[in-house]
Design a protein around this ligand. Structure first.
Ligand SMILES: [Mg+2]
Length: 272
C-alpha cells in the first residue's frame, strides 16, 4: 500500500455539498459506482460471518446495477462475497484483487507456490492460539487468513497482539507477504503489488469497455486499504469515506454507514 498519501485537506460533508457532486456526475454524462463491502454495504459486525447486506441496500444496489456500471471491491473471498450479496450484473473484485467475477465468470490470478506455502505455515502457527484467546476468530481463506480480536476480552488484547506479531514478523520478512493490522484484525496475504487503487483502475477499465463510456467514478469505502482507492480518484473522481473519525485522503465523507442507503437513493434519482 502506498500509505504515504498526503492527508492535509480535511474531508467535506457529502450531503452538504451534494449539488457539487451532481454537476460533476452530469458533466461526465453519468456515474460508475464502486463500493467496498464491509462497513459500507454492510454494517461492521462483531464477526465477519455476521456481516450482511440489508434488504434495503440489496434492493438499492440491484436498482443501481440496472442503471449504472457497478463494482464491489473487497478483501473477502469471491465465493463468500457472492454468497453474501446475491446481486447480479455487477463486477466483483475479491481477495484484494486476486479473484474477480465478470459477466458471470470467475477469474483468479496465480500465486507462487512458495508464497502459498509460507501462508500455510503461518496459518499452522496462528491457529493454535485459539484456545488461549477466547474471542479470537480465525478466518481461513484460500489465498490468505485473518485473525480477528474485535470480541476478545480487552484484558487479553495486548498479549494477543504481541504474540501474533512475534509469530508473523519473521515469516513476513522472509517471504513476499503482506501483513495488515487494522480494525482489530490481522490479515496475512501474498504481496502482489496490487492495492484497492489498482482494483479501482481495473474496474473502471473493464466497466467502461462494456459501456463504451467513461462515466464519473464514485468510490465509497471506510477502511485503511480504501485510502489507495481514494488516492487514485482524488483528482478525477468522487471519493467518499464512511465516517469522519479518522483522517483520510477522501475528498468527501458521509456520517455513518446508514447514509450509504441515502446516497444510493439520491443516485437513483439522477438521470442516466
Ligand atoms: Mg471496509
Amino acid at each position: 500500500m502506498k500509505i504515504e498519501h498526503r492527508m492535509e485537506q480535511p474531508m467535506r460533508n457529502l450531503f452538504e455539498n451534494i449539488t457539487e457532486i451532481k454537476s460533476q456526475i452530469e458533466q461526465a454524462g453519468g456515474a460508475t459506482l464502486l463500493l467496498d463491502f464491509d462497513g459500507v454495504l454492510s454494517a461492521i459486525a462483531p464477526t465477519p460471518d455476521e456481516a450482511f447486506i440489508s434488504e434495503e441496500n440489496k434492493a438499492l444496489l440491484k436498482a443501481c446495477a440496472e442503471r449504472f456500471p457497478v463494482a464491489v471491491i473487497t478483501g473477502r473471498e469471491l465465493s463468500e462475497i457472492k454468497k453474501k450479496m446475491k446481486v447480479e450484473n455487477l463486477l466483483y473484485i475479491a481477495s484484494h484483487g486476486l479473484e474477480w467475477e465478470e459477466d458471470g465468470k470467475d477469474h483468479a490470478k496465480t500465486v507462487p507456490k512458495e508464497t502459498m506455502e509460507a501462508i500455510n505455515l503461518a496459518k499452522e502457527k496462528i491457529k493454535p492460539l485459539l484456545p488461549r484467546y477466547p474471542g479470537m476468530i480465525f478466518e481461513d481463506k484460500s489465498f490468505m487468513f485473518a485473525a480477528h480480536y474485535r470480541i476478545m476480552d480487552p484484558a487479553l488484547i495486548d498479549a494477543f497482539v504481541k504474540e501474533v506479531n512475534s509469530i508473523l514478523e519473521p515469516i513476513v520478512k522472509q517471504y513476499n507477504l503482506r501483513l495488515d493490522h487494522n480494525l482489530m484484525t490481522f490479515e496475512l496475504r501474498p504481496e502482489i503489488d496490487w492495492d484497492k487503487g489498482d482494483s479501482v483502475k481495473f474496474a473502471e477499465e473493464h466497466l467502461s469497455k462494456k459501456t463504451g463510456k467513461k462515466f464519473m467514478p464514485i468510490y465509497i469505502g471506510d477502511g485503511l486499504t480504501d485510502e489507495d482507492a481514494f488516492a487514485v480518484l482524488k483528482e478525477k473522481g468522487i471519493s467518499i469515506r464512511v465516517g469522519e473519525d479518522r483522517k483520510s485522503v477522501a475528498k468527501w465523507y458521509m456520517k455513518d454507514q446508514k447514509e450509504v442507503a441515502l446516497f444510493l437513493k439520491w443516485l437513483l434519482s439522477l438521470k442516466q
